[in-house]
Design a binder for this molecule. Structure first.
Ligand code: C2E
Ligand code: CA
Ligand code: CA
Length: 771
């Protein structure tokens, strides 16, 4: 409805903005000027009309007065004759010839048009001109006292004056006339000095609007021909003629004198319009030029080119330019930031892997013939321990310090952080014969720094894998892959180690991949076996149980030891299904052993930290029916490295299930004794390395004594691994170690071996009983 009422707001969208502004200016100015022109024209017309009508009435008065003056002169000369004695006598005696002759001489004397005498009896004597009215039409005006006035002879009017002839009573009237024909009227009109026409008309001959009332007031009006009229009454000396003085003036002619004024005005307006158009374009240009410049700048900016605007003045446009420049700068800044963030590590500010790859590619493309480019992959040793014992802020600080230290120590190198505790070093322009081993040592040394580990000082170190172009690869991808392989190898070799890439590493990697595939097949096909190694109680002098040790009889490669494939299974996560199988299998087999014998199962760190270990164990126990107290789990200290709280939680939940827990390989990890205090293990398995040292001179005795003493104080059993010699066994017994395990007693046995052992034991018992 509203829409229908108002319609659509028109939008003036033609041409350019500049054109639109200019056209708008012009239209506005033209509209105003048109109104001015109209008003001025109307004023001119009204003024002209008023002036003309003023002139007309002034002229009418003049003509009136002239006519009256003339009539009075005529009356004067008539009076002279009518008072003449001879003339009166001639009238009294009716001497027509004398009268006529007197009249003729009067007419010529006074240069009038006619003269005649009418007697009261109705007789008429005239001068022979034939110009007189019907006698009976003049009595009315004369009786009313009229002496001057107009008469009409045919179509012509004449001015007349009547003088009474008295002897002494009035016997008649002497009338003198003068014609008021067109020529005469023109002459009168000319006296006014204004271009107008004058005539005498009978009232009845005038158009309806001009007739007015009988009284004949003055009428002024505008005829259809655009002429102004002034019509006034003239006295009549004859009944029924009603003479009117008509003055006529052409309005067009009156206004013609103002035409030049109009032309002047039109000229001024035209000039103004031209000026407005020019000015409109100029102003529009002033507005649109900066807009166009902004438009160009925005396009350039969109194309990613430099796009700053020149700032002119402090008006809106100047501010727009300033703000635009500010925006361009802010966006560029943000872009740089985003690029920086995308290519750098937030913690250390070092380049990230992406940027490192770019830098490496660049270095390789710039490499001269014999120059070499070194890529080193670095992994901080035991970074997890720092993170774990001192918290993440300390770990972050260590990473930042390491980064800063590297920057300072290796100014010629480009350093990157790949995340976690992995760094990369790129050194280009290495001379063909420079000492690479020394360079590797230099890099290694950069990572060897004292760190404060929760109060005690330790030395941080790193494992480093090195690949060198062009020998180890000419492209970035190959070099980085080879550095990674070398790092893998360096880590396996132990801490604070570097390893140069060598083609055999490739071969090893290939073999690892192959082994992984075979492992998957073995898991699917049940290709593993369990061996069991006896655990012996020295105090009770009897078998305590067995440790289950996995064996992999490979279809083509023969028996593969766990030392070879367990690390790979850990790395690949395959340890989870394998560990589950070992648990179930060990429980199943141990169930058939004599009740007093337990079975120990190794739980790898990955397996230990994976969720659901407790339920897997419960399931194994419940499906096999093995009593929980006959199952012992062996874990290593390394599980504490990841997360102490979580580890303790898991240990307690396992304890709740009712199984026993042994700390395996004790003495090889960090701050071992503190772990003993943090969790009440059931058993501590002292690592083989201490047992081997017992044969020598060192302080191994003291170490064993310290461990057994502490364990006893904490209520834990102790077992020594890898006992191969009787002397070792004796020393261990002396130093308070209750259990032993090792080749001295037995190597790990297959199932058949265990059955054989049981048979022998039964046999021995019998023999002893007999003896
Ligand atoms: P570990 O737990 O320390 O197991 C003891 C290792 O020492 C066994 O090697 C055993 O054969 C060996 N050994 C026993 N007595 C002597 C001795 O008197 N002298 C010497 N030199 N060695 C002795 P094995 O069976 O090759 O196992 C190596 C490692 O593989 C184990 O070390 C254990 O960490 C891991 N492992 C074995 N079976 C499993 C398993 O079922 N699950 C998991 N997660 N790890 C397993
Ligand atoms: Ca073990
Ligand atoms: Ca062990």
């Amino acid at each position: 409805m509203t829409r229908a009422l108002f319609g659509r707001v028109p939008n003036f969208r033609f041409g350019t903005l500049r054109l639109r502004i200019a056209v708008l200016f012009t239209i506005l100015f033209a509209a105003v000027m048109a109104v001015v022109m109209l008003l001025v024209s109307q004023s001119i017309e009204r003024f002209g009309e008023k002036a003309a009508s003023g002139n007309l009435s002034a002229n009418a008065k003049v003509v009136d007065e002239i006519l009256d003056l003339r009539a009075r002169q005529m009356l004067g000369s008539a009076d002279v004759l009518s008072r003449d004695f001879g003339f009166r006598e001639a009238v009294a005696t009716g001497d027509s010839a004398t009268i006529a002759s007197a009249l003729r001489s009067l007419r010529s004397r006074s240069q009038s048009g006619s003269a005649f005498v009418v007697g009261l009896d109705g007789s008429l004597v005239e001068d022979g001109s034939g110009r007189y009215p019907p006698v009976d039409t003049i009595w009315g005006p004369l009786d009313d006292g009229g002496r001057k006035g107009l008469m009409r002879f045919g179509n012509d009017f004449a001015l007349a004056a009547a003088s009474p002839i008295e002897v002494p009573d009035t016997v008649g009237w002497l009338v003198v006339t003068q014609p008021l024909d067109a020529r005469e009227m023109d002459r009168l009109a000319e006296l006014g000095g204004v271009d107008m026409r004058a005539r005498v008309s009978a009232r009845s001959d005038l158009p309806e609007w001009a007739r007015g009332t009988q009284d004949g007031e003055i009428l002024e009006g505008r005829g259809e021909n655009d002429h102004l009229y002034h019509i006034s009454r003239l006295p009549a000396l004859q009944d029924g003629i009603e003479p009117r003085l008509v003055l006529e003036h052409s309005l067009g002619e009156a206004l013609a004198q103002y035409a030049s004024l109009r032309y002047l005005l039109a000229g001024v307006i035209a000039a103004g319009l031209a000026l407005v158009i020019a000015l409109g374009f100029r102003i529009a240009s002033g507005i649109t030029r900066p807009l166009n410049r902004l438009d160009v700048a925005v396009r350039k900016f969109a194309r990613g080119e430099d796009a700053t605007l020149a700032v002119e003045g402090e008006d809106e446009i100047g501010r727009l330019a300033t703000n635009f420049n500010g925006m361009v700068k802010a966006i560029a800044e943000r872009e740089r930031e985003i690029i920086h963030v995308g290519l750098h590590d937030g913690l250390t500010g070092l380049p990230n892997r992406k940027l490192f790859v770019q830098q490496l590619d660049e270095a390789l493309s710039l490499r001269k013939d014999d120059d070499r480019v070194l890529v080193a992959y670095v992994d901080l040793d035991d970074f997890k321990v720092v993170n774990d014992t001192m918290g993440h802020p300390a770990g972050d600080a260590l990473l930042r310090e390491t980064a800063a230290h590297l920057r300072k120590q290796l100014p010629q190198a480009r350093i990157a952080r790949f995340g976690g505790d992995e760094f990369a070093v790129l050194i280009s322009h290495i001379e063909p014969h420079s000492n690479l081993t020394a360079l590797a040592d230099e890099i290694q040394a950069c990572f060897e720094r004292p760190v404060d580990l929760g109060g005690h000082q330790a030395v941080s170190s790193a494992s480093i894998g090195i690949a060198i172009a062009p020998g180890d690869g000419e492209d970035g991808i190959t070099l980085m892959k080879h550095a990674d392989l070398a790092l893998y190898r360096a880590k396996r070799d132990g801490k604070a180690n570097h390893h140069f890439f060598e083609p055999s590493l490739d071969e090893q990697a290939r073999r690892r991949r192959e082994m992984e595939l075979d492992l998957r097949l073995a898991i699917r096909d049940g290709g593993f076996e369990l061996y069991f190694q006896p655990l012996y109680d020295l105090r009770a002098d009897r078998l305590q149980g067995f440790e289950a040790l996995i064996r992999w009889p490979h279809p083509t490669k023969g028996m593969i030891s766990p030392g070879e494939f367990i690390p790979l299974a850990e790395e690949t996560g395959l340890i989870l299904p394998i560990g589950e199988w070992v648990l179930r299998e060990a429980c199943r087999i141990a169930r058939d052993w004599p009740d007093e014998l337990s079975v120990a199962v190794n739980i790898s760190p990955k397996q230990f930290l994976a969720p659901g270990l407790a339920s897997t164990i419960m399931q194994a126990l419940s499906t096999t029916g093995l009593s929980p107290k006959r199952l012992e789990l062996e874990i290593t200290e390394s599980v504490f490295i990841a997360n102490v709280d979580k580890t303790l939680g898991t240990l307690h939940s396992l304890r709740d299930v009712g199984v026993r827990i042994a700390l395996d390989d004790f003495g090889t990890g960090y701050s071992s004794l503190s772990y003993l205090r943090s969790f009440p293990f059931d058993k501590v398995k002292i690592d083989r390395s201490f047992v081997q040292d017992l044969a020598g001179e060192g302080n191994a005795h003291a170490v064993i004594r310290a461990i057994t003493t502490l364990a006893e104080a904490l209520g834990m059993d102790t077992l020594a691994e890898g006992v191969e010699l009787p002397e070792q066994m004796e020393i261990l017994r002396r130093e308070g170690c209750q259990y032993i395990q090792g080749y001295l007693l037995s190597e790990p046995l297959p199932m058949t071996g265990v059955t054989e052992l049981f048979r022998e034991m039964a046999h021995d018992k019998k023999r002893r009983a007999i003896a």
